[in-house]
Design a protein around this ligand. Structure first.
Ligand SMILES: [Zn+2]
Ligand SMILES: [Zn+2]
Length: 481
């Protein structure tokens, strides 16, 4: 059975098979909808790929939920119906009147809706000294328990400190993210994901995007939600039992072509290609938060970036071979696609691939006759095997094949995530946090701000300095005050 499919629905459900003649088509005649009330699906009539429907209102909910998290406790209008919602006082002073004081803190009134708010960042952080000590200890490798012991404070007190440090960091990040978004006409963004708590099996994914030139991380997203709307179709039900439990296919060797083949088979075996959690038969479902279907989180992640992309002339999204990320990028980048400004590529490199060295001329690599072909280039060494890079241009706009093979590596993103896992090893894998992933979110806010603004890869050079939005590295005092 089929019915006509509305334009808003098609905008989030068009065919994303790069080898299909209907790729990106929003022509309703290319699709048919299967009317199963419990599990409605949409099929591309050209390539016959079937996918569960992504619902526009559910995606709006996901974006709202991410916005609320980012803006929580920051100084901006919080009236959901106001055009100034989420506009930070520091970035949009013209949208507010000064409105006296509340204690020592400045009070403001929104010009659009008259709601008043208190700017908690208008006074110096009264706990600055202890916050700097906590962060310095964490960065030196002390576990949270050791930090609490050293400072002779209760775990609960430490937690409260971390939450208020996270607020400071989110405030700083909001300002620098704003400058980063406005800084460049051309962007090269890499995206990758991993399990937030690799040993916990709780289904929580961490999606990160980084500017591959400066290594600035403007966006990180988790598929966690705190609110449940009745019958929300974007959430993974607590009692979900997956029907498919296919053992993952392992590559026959470390050669890129074998790795690509194995990944392709794994994607094909998923009940839905964009869902890396499809066969989690044993999910330690979080106790107080809810899991979001990964594609919704990934799409909202790219939508958050896309809202800044009106003036961009050219943006390259690069990512490992993962349909969840590619489809999220395609559905989540309406402005970039509309402006013909987007190149989207899958990129896989051998670990020793050197981004400062030229590779050989790319050769066509056909993984499967139904897929869009990949291309492979090599860097020869004096001894041993050559290092390889494989590229699939999912969307080709401005980037030539040769240029695609010369892009920087994606490894700074995995290094960013690995460093977090190493720094917070004890609490990431703590058994009692298995079902309480939300406790890590303040640490992740602090970590991102520290990485972008304080952490120096070379003396004097932080990602923000390299991106040209900060003159010099911020000290821990400056980050937390
Ligand atoms: Zn198709
Ligand atoms: Zn307002």
């Amino acid at each position: 059975m089929s019915e006509s499919i509305s334009a808003p629905l098609l905008a989030l459900n068009f065919c994303t098979n790069p080898a299909c003649s209907a790729f990106g088509s929003v022509n309703a005649t290319d699709y048919s909808m299967a009317k199963d009330r419990r599990n409605p699906q949409i099929a591309c009539i050209r390539c016959h790929r079937i996918s569960p429907i992504m619902w526009p209102d559910e995606l709006s909910d996901e974006i709202r939920s991410q916005d609320e998290y980012i803006q929580h406790n920051l100084s901006s209008c919080s009236n959901k119906k106001c055009p100034n919602l989420g506009h930070n006082i520091q970035l949009y002073p013209e949208q507010y009147y000064a409105f006296g004081f509340s204690g020592d803190k400045r009070r403001y009134r929104c010009k659009a809706c008259q709601k008043t708010l208190v700017d908690r960042f208008s006074v110096t952080n009264p706990h600055l000294k202890v916050h700097v000590t906590i962060l310095a200890l964490i960065l030196t490798g002390f576990s949270l328990k050791e930090v609490a012991d050293k400072l002779t404070i209760q775990a609960k007190t430490l937690n409260d400190h971390l939450k208020s440090m996270a607020n400071m960091c989110r405030q700083k990040s909001t300002v620098f993210d704003h400058h980063w978004h406005n800084s460049a006409k051309r962007l090269l963004l890499g995206t990758d994901y991993c399990h937030l708590q690799p040993e916990s099996d709780n289904g929580v994914l961490w999606i990160c995007s980084a500017d591959l030139d400066s290594h600035y991380v403007p966006q990180q997203t988790f598929n966690l939600s705190h609110k449940n709307r009745a019958n929300s179709r974007r959430l993974i039900a607590k009692d979900t039992v997956t029907s498919i439990n296919t053992a993952p296919s392992h590559p026959a060797s470390h050669a890129l072509i074998d790795v690509l083949q194995a990944w392709r088979v794994n994607h094909h075996n998923r009940s839905h290609r964009s869902n890396p959690l499809h066969n989690k038969t044993q999910l330690n479902y979080p106790v107080t938060s809810l899991l979001v279907t990964p594609l919704y989180s990934a799409t909202a992640h790219f939508m958050q970036l896309d809202q800044w992309m009106d003036d961009k002339e050219h943006v390259v999204f690069s990512m490992p071979f993962e349909p969840m990320l590619a489809n999220g990028a395609l559905y989540g980048s309406p402005r970039l696609r509309h402006n013909n400004a987007l190149d989207l590529i899958y990129q896989m490199d051998d670990a020793q691939w050197s981004e400062h060295k030229a590779g050989s001329k790319p050769q066509v690599l056909s993984i499967n006759k139904y897929d869009k072909p990949w291309s492979l280039s090599e860097q020869w060494r004096l001894r041993g095997k050559a290092e390889q890079r494989a590229i699939c241009q999912v969307v080709e706009q401005h980037l030539s094949l040769k240029q695609a093979h010369q892009l920087p590596k994606l490894s700074p993103i995995s290094q960013y995530m690995d460093r977090f896992h190493a720094m917070f090893k004890s609490c990431v894998n703590e058994p009692r946090r298995k079902r309480r992933p939300e406790g890590l979110l303040p640490l992740l806010d602090i970590y991102r701000a520290w990485h972008n603004l304080c952490h120096q890869n070379k003396p004097g050079e932080t990602p923000a300095v390299k991106a040209g939005i900060s003159e010099k590295p911020l000290s821990l005092e400056q980050l937390l005050q």
